[in-house]
Design a protein around this ligand. Structure first.
Ligand SMILES: [Zn+2]
Length: 451
């Protein structure tokens, strides 16, 4: 099956920054076979998409999320991170596989509707009688049709041993490592067109033991999968690490052998200049989550400095309980604005911001060979944005219109050549039913927490 998209502006986000004012894309099955200016070549029997008035970009890559939090949105509205966690841990203790599925499906649908074609999830909470939560979210991603990188997360440092989470939501270290191996065996697909890849992801320095961090890294490297965790999100975390480990969060992870190009870290808000250099030198990726950091008043990550240092910097919406919107394209605008609040109007361009949501995100997830730009030989993960309406039509530069303007209508979203969103509607799953089930799931989880 061949699909020709033509008449649209194209921002390829390739290494040369190639753009076409009016161009075409040829999609053959799951792959892009041609990108260029002007009309598409004639291919007998091919389907054609009229892209006039639109801009084609690579599908967006979300590098950090907690999908389950979709059904606990709107809680702890004035809290900072540690207060917010302490309020929500007991609610999350009631999670089960059915709730996880319904929450994940809603959060992934919201991501797809905002242009996301590849989503990572960091799931670190596995209640003892909750069932197979990881399998539930993998099923949800298959239903929505997005490429999925679930991280088998974990917590083993409960309150009784000096950690932040209550003991009832942490697991035993050996059980965690065994369950992580099972997750890799069962779900990880290393092939280039993979729809599911597992990463290993102990939660954070204040909820995980040093032994688990070290053994998680060893396991990930033995199995050839990527490593992920939260780091340097708040000043409270910085104080925790200095007091408990006599080091900054980045020094702590560095000493545990974590910093390398097979790792990406969520946040990195509170990192000094030597830490930025070290992250860049080691090629350690960063998932920048500007809205969540603002929602919790955590601070503004030095995303432009990290990019300049050579670190891959992708974008994440972060968990839906600290970013109720859960949409990825608005994070591109947010990242640009925040970079400029830190470093002035030349700190980050609209094109750099778009690259963070595409090729930089693909680098964070180790998928830059097949995702993150529109080039022949890459997977046909494509977003087609409508820019001929009130919000954008008079802006001559389509990339500026998309990044700086209001959220653009999503004309078409392809994942591996398959239509997931068309004219702003989800084509793979029933949106109204997803919303209804998420509402029921939220009520059940919240009611359980009150009893
Ligand atoms: Zn997070």
């Amino acid at each position: 099956m061949t699909l020709l998209i033509e008449g649209c502006a194209i921002a390829t986000v390739d290494a040369a920054g190639t753009e076409h004012a009016s161009g075409h894309l040829v999609v053959d099955g799951a792959w892009i076979t041609a990108v260029g200016p002007g009309r598409a070549p004639d291919v007998p029997g091919a389907a054609r998409v009229d892209g006039r008035g639109c801009l084609a970009t690579p599908g967006l890559v979300n590098c950090h999320h907690h999908l389950y939090q979709w059904i606990t949105r709107g809680a702890a509205q004035q809290a900072k991170l540690f207060e917010w966690l302490v309020e929500l841990y007991p609610v999350w203790a009631g999670l089960d596989a059915e709730l996880e599925h319904d929450a994940a499906r809603a959060a992934l649908a919201a991501l797809a509707l905002s242009g996301c074609t590849t989503a990572s999830d960091h799931h670190y909470l596995f209640p003892r009688r909750g069932g197979d939560l990881l399998a539930a979210e993998v099923a949800a991603a298959r239903e929505v049709g997005v490429r999925f990188h679930p991280c088998r997360g974990s917590m083993d440092l409960g309150r009784s041993r000096g950690g932040l989470p209550p003991d009832e939501v942490v697991e035993d270290r050996d059980e965690i490592l065994a369950a992580t191996e099972v997750a890799i065996d069962r779900h990880h697909d290393a092939s280039p067109d993979s729809m599911v890849r597992i990463a290993v992801a102990p939660c954070s320095p204040f909820s995980v033991t040093e032994d688990l961090l070290r053994e998680s890294a060893a396991l990930a490297r033995r199995r050839g999968v990527r490593l992920h965790t939260h780091l340097a999100e708040t000043l409270d975390e910085d104080a925790f690490c200095r007091e408990r480990f006599r080091r900054t969060p980045v020094e702590y992870l560095d000493d545990l052998g974590w910093l390398a190009d097979d790792v990406w870290l969520a946040h990195c808000v509170h990192v000094d200049a030597p830490a930025v250099r070290r992250l860049g030198d080691t090629g350690t990726g960063v998932a920048h989550c500007p809205s969540s950091n603002a929602r919790l008043g955590a601070g503004i990550a030095p995303a432009a400095d990290l990019l300049a240092a050579g670190a891959p910097v992708g974008l994440g919406v972060d968990g839906a309980a600290s970013n109720e919107a859960g949409q990825l394209m608005p994070e591109v605008r947010q990242a640009l604005l925040f970079a400029r609040l830190r470093g002035g109007p030349s700190a980050l361009t609209a094109r750099q911001a778009l690259s963070m949501a595409t090729i930089e995100g693909a680098r964070c997830l180790g998928r830059q060979a097949e995702l993150g730009s529109l080039e022949p030989g890459k997977l046909a993960d494509v977003a087609l944005w409508r820019l001929d309406g009130l919000g954008h039509a008079d802006v001559a530069d389509p990339v500026a219109a998309l990044v700086l303007g209001p959220p653009a209508p999503l004309e078409l979203l392809l994942v591996g050549g398959r239509t997931v969103v068309e004219r702003g509607a989800l084509r793979t799953a029933p949106e109204a039913e997803i919303a209804a089930r998420a509402r029921a799931a939220s009520r059940r989880l919240m009611a359980g927490a009150r009893t």
